[in-house]
Design a protein around this ligand. Structure first.
Ligand code: SAH
Length: 346
């Protein structure tokens, strides 16, 4: 039987283990300190019995970094390999004096969005909580002593299509005795995959982002096929009920595609859709990838669209593209030979 990963356990799970093993509850803080900070703590403070249990029943290893690509703009892309040999990408993005780590939640993705490179590789499997937490710990080790990075669940995969494991990972991140990341330091981005909203109601109150990309259902369905099943009205209705959004601002991600979704009609419909909602529109210029059909708008177009939204009194931010030279930007995460050739310029 394979051992359970120590990085998949929440604090409640560890408490339960201590109880089963007749260990003092005081061992908990040493156990967690050793696991997440300094392993030497274990030798000094845990009983031999507990050390033996940890060694025999738990897998204490992290996933492997199989490749690292660094962009001159400071973005670092890790190719992370799991025990079964499958790989995902994890991206560290510098932002002022802090880093954000973009975590993958699945190997590949089933959503098949027409503008996304990840979708073209198909879906392999969900990641487990330990594989999600593992990506974070690898990035943290890489940063050595730098301030803890904040998290966006915006790598490969649709997090709400793997909601239970993402929820477990989020609890591990959020727990002050485990990774101690505040809810405001975590953002989950979704296409609006409604079956995952039930789990979302049980999440700590992290930030939420919706990949909108068009205020029109027909057009949005061309970009995000699951919109046919879960159209905008249904998604926004469910968002209303979410406790996670109480007193919070919804981020609305809007992919900017040349000649497609940047007209005045789009501005008007978007304004109408977001009227009376606490939302900020995050504009993302389309990042091209080998073989993509869509085009990135010219910089003037990007600014023009932004200004039209601002004139409507919407709150707008423009995402600076980072890491596109190493295919680490949004929608460019895919592992295959083509990507490798592209990256090395051959
Ligand atoms: N599946 C979730 C999580 C991934 S987030 C979601 O879609 O929200 C990745 C973000 O990058 C999404 O907003 C996605 O729409 C955007 N994206 C995907 N492909 C892109 C591309 N080629 N250029 C720019 N942004 C892209």
């Amino acid at each position: 039987m394979e051992n359970t990963s120590a990085y998949s356990l929440t604090r409640d799970d560890w408490n339960e283990l201590l109880r089963q093993e007749n260990q003092s509850p005081h061992a908990l803080s040493y156990l967690l300190d050793g696991l997440y900070r300094d392993r030497a703590v274990w030798g000094r403070h845990l009983s031999n019995h507990l050390l033996k249990t940890l060694a025999e029943r738990f897998d204490l290893t992290l996933p492997l970094i199989s490749q690292v690509l660094e962009s001159p703009d400071g973005t670092v892309k890790f190719q992370v390999r799991f025990a079964d040999g499958l790989e995902v990408e994890t991206v560290l993005i510098p932002f002022h004096k802090r880093y954000t780590v973009c975590l993958s939640t699945q190997v590949g993705c089933l959503m098949n969005c027409s503008f996304c490179y990840t979708g073209t590789q198909g879906f392999k499997r969900n990641l487990s909580a330990q594989e999600i937490v593992g990506q974070y710990l690898l990035a943290m080790n890489w940063l050595k002593g730098h301030k803890k990075p904040s998290i966006v669940f915006m790598g490969q995969g649709e997090p709400l299509h793997n909601a239970d494991e993402v929820l477990r990972a989020t609890r591990i991140f959020n727990d002050p005795q485990l990774l101690d990341l505040g809810v405001r330091q975590m953002t989950l981005s979704t296409v609006g995959y409604l079956p995952g909203f039930e789990a979302l109601a049980r999440f700590p109150q992290i930030n939420l982002a919706l990949s909108l990309h068009s205020p029109f259902d027909e057009e949005r369905s061309r970009l995000i096929p699951v919109n046919q099943k879960f159209p905008l009205r249904a998604v926004f209705e469910r968002l209303e009920d979410l406790e996670i959004l109480r007193r919070k601002i919804l981020t609305v991600e809007y992919l900017m595609i040349d000649g497609f979704n940047l007209s005045l009609a789009h501005v008007d419909a978007l304004t109408e859709l977001l009227r009376d909602r606490r939302a900020v529109v995050n504009l993302i210029p389309f990042n091209p990838f080998p073989g993509s059909d869509w085009k990135r708008p010219a910089p003037e177009k990007i600014l023009e669209f932004r200004n039209m939204l601002v004139a409507k009194k919407l709150r707008v931010t423009l995402r600076a593209t980072k890491g596109d030279d190493i295919l680490a930007a949004c929608g460019q995460l895919k592992i295959n030979k083509l990507a490798r050739n592209y990256e090395s310029g051959t």
